[in-house]
Design a protein around this ligand. Structure first.
Ligand SMILES: [Zn+2]
Length: 240
């Protein structure tokens, strides 16, 4: 595949492009030619995950401009929205004697208990006001079942209850999922792992993410992603 305006851009391997001007060290993102079966998944860029929110990810709001640029440049974009019922089982407040970041044993395994966040219909659950939703072809809500959490955009935390996203992406003919959003070591990681499990190629755009980094979870996430053959790139290197 070539870009008609920049014929020296050629496909290097699926979804990854190399350009002569990249080799010369000049900016390359502006004219990237993505494939039509590439889709950007923008994960949970919501007020409660940004500074000032109840479960703020450090620097979470800093990725908004890049997420906007990526959503504009990718041929397709899907957004996710954490969307909990009041008193959700993932909230520490729902477990007497527990505090945020403690764990509890759920039917589906260990569950980290979080501060109340992204409660349906609240300002905290709304997308960051700077996030440009014009390019969202689908918004997937997750975590709306009171008794089960959902980090992944594909499956809830029992790894069995599906959100329907796989079917949607498959029906649309998408093959390669690029991810950005919050948080790198939880919802982005689990979404990327499940993308692989569902047979899609997956690439995490790391500077388009921020991590919570709870007890070394960011480094662990990097290892898990690598083991699952998920590529981790920076936006500037997408074309390398
Ligand atoms: Zn949540």
């Amino acid at each position: 595949m070539t870009n008609p305006r920049r014929p020296w851009i050629r496909q290097y391997r699926t979804g990854v492009y190399i350009a002569l001007d990249d080799l010369l060290g000049e900016p390359i993102l502006a004219d990237l030619a993505f494939r039509q079966d590439d889709v950007l998944l923008v994960v949970d860029i919501q007020n409660d995950f940004c500074p000032g929110g109840t479960l703020a990810v450090p620097g979470g709001d800093q990725i908004v401009p890049l997420a906007n640029r990526l959503a504009e440049r990718f041929p397709h974009a899907v957004f996710t929205q954490d969307w909990h019922t009041p008193g959700h089982t993932s909230f520490a407040s729902a477990h007497p004697g527990k505090r945020p970041y403690d764990t509890a044993l759920a039917a589906y395994g260990e569950q980290v208990l979080w501060p109340d966040h992204c409660v349906q219909g609240t300002r905290g659950a709304e997308f960051h006001s700077g996030l440009d939703l014009r390019h969202a072809e689908l918004i997937v809500r997750k975590g709306f079942r009171p008794g089960i959490d959902s980090y992944s955009a594909f499956f809830e935390n029992d790894h069995a209850t599906c959100t329907g996203l796989s079917g949607y992406l498959r029906d649309r003919g998408f093959r390669h999922i690029y991810l950005c959003g919050l948080a790198f070591d939880f919802c982005v990681k689990w979404s990327a792992l499940d993308a692989r499990r569902e047979g899609f190629a997956a690439t995490v755009i790391e500077d388009g993410c921020r991590a919570i980094d709870l007890n070394g979870s960011a480094a662990a996430a990097r290892r898990e992603l690598a083991a699952a053959d998920v590529a981790i790139v920076t936006s500037a290197r997408l074309a390398a």
